[in-house]
Write a protein of this length. Sequence first.
Length: 169
Amino acid sequence: MTIDEAIRTALQYENRVVGVYEEAMTASQDPTGQKVFKTLAEEEKQHVAYLESKRREWESTGRVTPGPVESVVPSRAAIVEGIKNLKTKVAVQSRENEIQLLKRALQVEVETSDFYKRMVAELPAEGRELFERFVQIEEGHKAIVQAELDSVSGSGFWFDFAEFNLEAG
């Protein structure tokens, strides 16, 4: 795959993830779930904007210079550590809808993360550098969604963004 093809494919993945999060945000009945989906949708929109700028750069210069890709989501390690310190909360109602929304979100995050990992492994250095940060960010997104899924499925944990400093990544 060329760098141009990789950027265009990445845009397809990111736009798909945005759509999933926006649908989930609307369909969710849980305020925490809505907050999680909204935050992740906004971040994915920033990824789309970043990739669009890199696509334009590639088209005009035939080169792409990796730039910083910011994330409000803490690292996967910080999320896992934070989960250890969370209070338990007993689920009082069936959350089947939330579980299905989260499972779909987790699926698209896994697929997107796997794509970025493949690009890092296959592309020349210039392309690898462009996608390396996305691997880290998507791993964080997977951890957030998994934590929320654990929460609503009754695993004994309640995940709420307020428990984490979203500015520390």
